[in-house]
Write a protein that binds this ligand. Structure first.
Ligand SMILES: Cc1ncc(C[n+]2csc(CCOP(=O)(O)OP(=O)(O)O)c2C)c(N)n1
Length: 315
């Protein structure tokens, strides 16, 4: 086994991070690389779960990669803050480029981004935080955005449609509006919360949910990462320059199950979700897509191997 310091240095090096995120590539290539990386990493996590290699549960964002990549690339990673939830791997990878640290974390290894104690849902790295309590991150995001306001920073908080049933979200919208907090609420509406279709629990429209609080809305229905990035950039500019909260609604599709095997949707409904897969939508516009896919597979292979070599976190 190699020394932990050497493994940690390899997993956390800044240069690796930029290469993993494809920051030197054209925008289309960069976004494609990040989306493919998220997809391959999450598919591998599901495989690893089935062999008992993970510590705890996992939720994947397969089908929703364009939201993470489109929104997070509209931010300044060194200044702005991201809050995420149970379905956080895509947000985390797009923010950090830390693939080995993610695998190690979810596998309960000391090399993990939270030393193997946080697991899949509780990641903390630089200005990125995730927590599995639905709605719990909304007040935390408003507080951190208020604290960072003087720096000119923007805070983004991702939520799902089911989380619009949590009262803490509305208290957060209210205070964000009253205090002029530079926070962008991003609602990824995949139409279902675990196994409950939104029509059974949510009244009213979600795209303008924040307007009664005087919060400006931006809305998109689709899976083209370029469109999402353009709209998110407008929203982030507005939040930063006006020092006001905003609401970015994205109608999206979850292709995979809620967590592992728990998909109660009909085959037709799942096929409809697959028809809006963001990867093929961008692939046709990326010249060297096959090279990018091979690179992403190699990154994931090496991340898993690195994570497997690290000691298991104990106690
Ligand atoms: C307060 C709270 N209640 C219940 C749960 C269990 N839970 C985890 S994810 C989830 C569904 C979340 O749905 P949504 O907000 O639409 O996000 P999605 O899973 O669709 O991404 C539930 C009920 C939780 N994590 N926190």
């Amino acid at each position: 086994m190699r020394g932990l310091a050497e493994l940690a240095a390899k997993a956390g090096s800044r240069d690796d991070e930029n290469a993993v995120l494809g920051l030197d590539l054209s925008q289309a290539e960069q976004f494609y690389q990040q989306m493919v990386l998220i997809r391959y990493a999450e598919e591998r996590l599901l495989d690893l779960f089935s062999t008992g290699a993970l510590n705890g549960t996992t939720h994947t964002s397969i089908g929703q990669e364009a939201n993470a990549v489109g929104v997070i690339n509209a931010l300044d990673r060194s200044l702005d803050t991201v809050w995420s939830h149970h379905r956080c791997h895509g947000h985390f990878i797009a923010y950090s480029g830390q693939v080995a640290s993610l695998f190690a974390e979810v596998m309960g290894r000391t090399l993990g981004v939270c030393r193997g104690r946080g697991g899949s849902q509780h990641l903390c790295y630089r200005n990125f935080y995730s927590n599995g309590i639905q709605g719990g991150i909304a007040p935390l995001a408003v507080g951190s955005a208020l604290g960072d306001r003087a720096k000119g920073a923007v805070t983004v908080v991702f939520i799902g449609d089911g989380t619009t049933g949590e009262g803490a979200l509305y208290e957060s919208l209210n205070m964000a509006a009253v205090w002029n907090v530079p926070v962008l609420f991003v609602l990824e509406d995949n139409g279902i919360a675990q196994t409950t279709p939104k029509e059974l629990t949510l009244a009213g429209a979600l795209d303008r949910r924040a307007e009664p609080f005087g919060i400006r809305s931006f809305a998109y229905d689709g899976a083209d990462v370029m469109d999402i990035h353009a709209l998110a950039s407008d929203a982030v500019r507005y939040v930063r320059h006006e020092s006001r909260p905003a609401w970015l609604y994205i109608r999206t599709e979850r292709i995979g199950p809620h967590s592992k095997g728990d998909d109660t949707r009909s085959p037709e409904r799942i096929a409809a979700a697959r028809a809006r897969d963001p990867l093929p939508i961008l692939r046709s516009r990326v010249a060297n897509a096959a090279d990018i896919e091979s690179r992403c597979m190699a990154i994931v292979d090496s991340a898993v191997s690195l994570a497997q070599q690290a000691p298991i976190a104990r106690g």
